[in-house]
Design a protein around this ligand. Sequence first.
Ligand code: PLP
Length: 409
Amino acid sequence: MKDKGFTTKIVHGDRESPIEHGSVHKPVHNVVLYGYKSAEELAAVFQNRQPGYSYGRQNNPTTTALQSKISALEAGSDSVCFATGMAAIAATCLTLLKAGDHLISSQFLFGNTNSFFQTLTQFGIDVTFVDATDAANVKAALQPNTRMVFVETIANPCTQVADLQTIGEFCHQQQLVYVVDNTMSSPALFRPKAVGASLSINSLSKIIAGHGEVLGGSVTDLGQYDWSGYPNINPSYRTGDPQKWGLQQIRKKGLRDMGATLAPDSAHRIAIGAETLALRVEKACSNAQALAEFFDRHPAVKRVYYPGLADHPQNRRAQELFSGFGSLMSIDLVDDDTCFEVLNKLQCVVLSSHLGDNRTLAIPVAHTIFYEMGPERRASMGISEGTIRISVGIEDQADLLADFAQALS
Ligand SMILES: *Cc1c(COP(=O)(O)O)cnc(C)c1O
């Protein structure tokens, strides 16, 4: 399947390795333990001399199959799955950074990642938040102890697009681990490998699974970072191919020791969802473009944040980097005070905090997901008190346009 297209690879990938009874899906192995006939074999598996499964917290064949699928989506060398996207982010940072290290992060960040990075500072990891839409800000934040740069592709809620390419070149020069959270673009629109990223993180709960019924997260090594030069790899993981050291440490410490393991049933559901990823993304992007243009013309809407509009500050960059502009947008109403009233009138659109679902979702961000942050930090992220975030789904376009038209009237 190596030379096949994006969707062909996902849909047929499971049949590549031996599969029971010709089943086109990998079976769901609901199991914790793995039994062996001989002590020699058991020992060989534990010592990594023989492939095999040791314990459900570390590995499971259903999850292994999903990890191969994610690696194929990202054109990466290997992936590790976790129970949620946040677990993947936490495991990556806590296993690759230590007290005294410095992390440079985009200031336009998923709220919970932002909150987690504040927690990191309590463990002696120094974090600098910068406007990553300009790589010069990342460069200016460099310190002798900087180890990692973390950015998102299309930021939530105001859709800033990071200067992904130039930041990638800088990270390569400085041998920094470059982590890209690809959740809002998904591998259907963008592969962080193309901009030199070391690791790509996806919340599988969002666009990849797509149907709003399962949580998961992943981190993929894109095979471009030389881990032999990274000072924080534990001596016991400095064995075998250096290309694998980083992910090996994330897997061992982050999954085995910290334990946010993806359930096998969830792995199965995510794999099913991923089969239609490209089709859903294409439909959601075309709906989003139509909605953005509708809002842009609407007298009750003051401002539209969508990378597919010509006046978006990173419209050209988004065009160059992504094969579509995504399904996330935000709007500011002319009158902030009408925000709840407009939302309450929506009939088809669901009032919800989720993103990347088949259903179109809307949420007043200052009152909900960014409430804890306070007005000052909200302002620094470009969020006004009446900003409404919309995650566009795959419904029939005319129904979405009609729903927003009646709500804004
Ligand atoms: C939702 C989200 C996450 C966290 O994913 P969960 O699966 O909900 O834990 C991380 N990053 C981004 C950009 C997200 O949108």
